[in-house]
Design a protein around this ligand. Structure first.
Ligand code: IMP
Length: 436
């Protein structure tokens, strides 16, 4: 059995869920190891649509055990809402869910903390976050003395004692930043969150030990990275990033699984680039309502699943991809939403960056430098055909095959999959049979 990772190589929303869906039946365990409910996935299963953001999408597969690892930040009401959605859709997920005792808990004060920092009441500029309390919860994790973990929800009295000084501090801090800020009550929070602990008691367990057992016994595990590698806290376009390791670098710390044992890493790439929220994006198309960027946004339905915000759209950026493919050691690429590029006479790919007319080598880790990078483009012929009906490489027009080949050359990794639509059948395996 295989140990497999599916990871986004751009700024998130690369359609990772589709590849996870194909690979899950081959893996008894599917694991989320980073982020929280900031990752929106709309998943179709047996004709029904589910909107998941915290549960691994692989939970839809009836044979899979879904693990929410220690690196994830959990807002328990959201987990319960998603479980309810699944039950109503005929998916019995609760017995197949394991949540790490060490996963940190998002509490209502984290939402207020995020509101204050994103509206300029805290310090600095807005990041353009999803408003799901993710960053403030990770701040408390790193701060240690203000953190609540899933294990703490199992004992109301002890939880209350822990929350008293935390809530007192938060209330004072919030009031100082904004006299109208919300205030919180430790006893109320303890009651509410211990209630969630009671409902999930059987699911909260030592998932790090479980991962160790899978590793020792070679029981297959599929890791679902949330967001994309360019949003990785350490390796992305800092500070316009998320607050966890959204590349494969997060697997080891965020699940306890020894990541050097991974067999295959699938690097998921959209055939163009999108980004939600603030921060530089060198290949962004700012060509107005009649422009190519808007056309791609409409055809690709590029609007955020969690926030509904229109996504920023641009040409494929091979400089950024080279950086993330190497960082994740992606064995293969999956080129998603290729059909969205149909109908453009020419397509561009950024093959280098320049600052003030001089070549800049590599992908800068600092947003201020990235903002100064101008892309150097290579132009390729486009194709006019609708390719959504293609099922094998030979069904694709030569220009689409050339585009795929050029992406592979520029990034230095083989393209295993070209996706030409949302359905499972619209998945072209470039070298025959399915992977993993
Ligand atoms: P946060 O993760 O809510 O703190 O947001 C930090 C940055 O990451 C913002 O620019 C968000 O738009 C972006 N972000 C977070 N999650 C996702 C995702 O799943 N897809 C795309 N962008 C995301």
């Amino acid at each position: 059995m295989a140990f497999t990772c599916v990871v986004g190589l751009q700024w998130g929303d690369e359609a990772k869920g589709k590849i996870v869906d194909v690979l899950t039946p081959k893996h008894p365990f599917v694991v989320r190891f980073n982020g929280g409910a900031n990752a929106g996935h709309t998943v179709k299963f047996e004709g029904k649509t589910f909107k998941l953001s915290i549960l691994p999408t692989g939970i839809l597969c009836p044979t899979a055990t879904a693990v929410v690892g220690n690196g994830v930040v959990v807002y328990p009401p959201r987990i319960l809402e998603e479980l309810k959605q699944l039950t109503e859709g005929g998916v019995d997920a609760l017995p197949r869910l394991k949540i790490s005792t060490s996963a940190h808990v998002i509490l209502p004060y984290h939402f207020e903390q995020e509101r204050l920092s994103e509206t300029g009441k805290g310090s600095g500029e807005a990041i353009g976050t999803t408003g799901r309390g993710i960053g403030p919860c990770y701040e408390d994790k790193a701060g240690r003395r203000w953190a609540i973990r899933m294990v703490d929800l199992l004992d109301e009295a002890a939880l209350h004692q822990k929350l008293i000084p935390i809530v007192e501090r938060k209330n004072r801090l919030f009031k100082a930043l904004d006299p109208n800020a919300k205030q919180f009550d430790a006893a109320e929070l303890a009651r509410e969150f211990a209630g969630y602990g009671n409902i999930l008691r059987e699911n909260i367990c030592d998932t790090q030990a479980l991962m160790g057992e899978c590793s020792d016994s070679r029981v297959g595990v599929l890791f679902e990275a949330a967001q994309g590698s360019l949003l990785d806290l350490d390796h992305g376009s800092f500070p316009y990033v998320t607050s966890s390791n959204s590349s494969a670098a997060g697997i080891w710390s965020g699940s306890g699984f020894p990541a050097r044992k991974l067999d295959t890493t699938y690097g998921i790439v959209k055939a163009y680039t999108t980004r939600v929220g603030g921060g530089p994006m060198p290949t962004e198309l700012l060509d107005g309502p009649e422009g190519i960027g808007e056309k791609i946004r409409q055809v690709g339905r590029e609007f955020g699943t969690v926030t509904g915000r229109p996504r920023r759209v641009g040409w494929l950026d091979a400089v950024a991809l080279k950086h993330t493919a190497r960082l994740n050691d992606a064995d293969v690429l999956c080129l998603m939403l290729l059909d969205v590029l149909s109908g453009h006479p020419e397509l561009k790919i950024a093959v280098g960056y320049e600052i003030d007319g001089k070549p800049y080598s590599g992908f800068p880790s600092d947003a201020a430098i990235l903002a100064r990078c101008n892309p150097v483009y290579e132009t390729l012929p486009g194709w006019s055909e609708d390719i959504t009906g293609a099922r094998k490489p030979s069904d694709l027009p030569q220009a689409a095959l050339n585009y795929i080949r050029r992406v592979s050359e520029l990034v230095g990794r083989p393209v295993a999959v070209a996706s030409v639509g949302p359905d499972r059948a619209q998945t072209i395996w470039m070298n025959g049979g399915e992977g993993a």
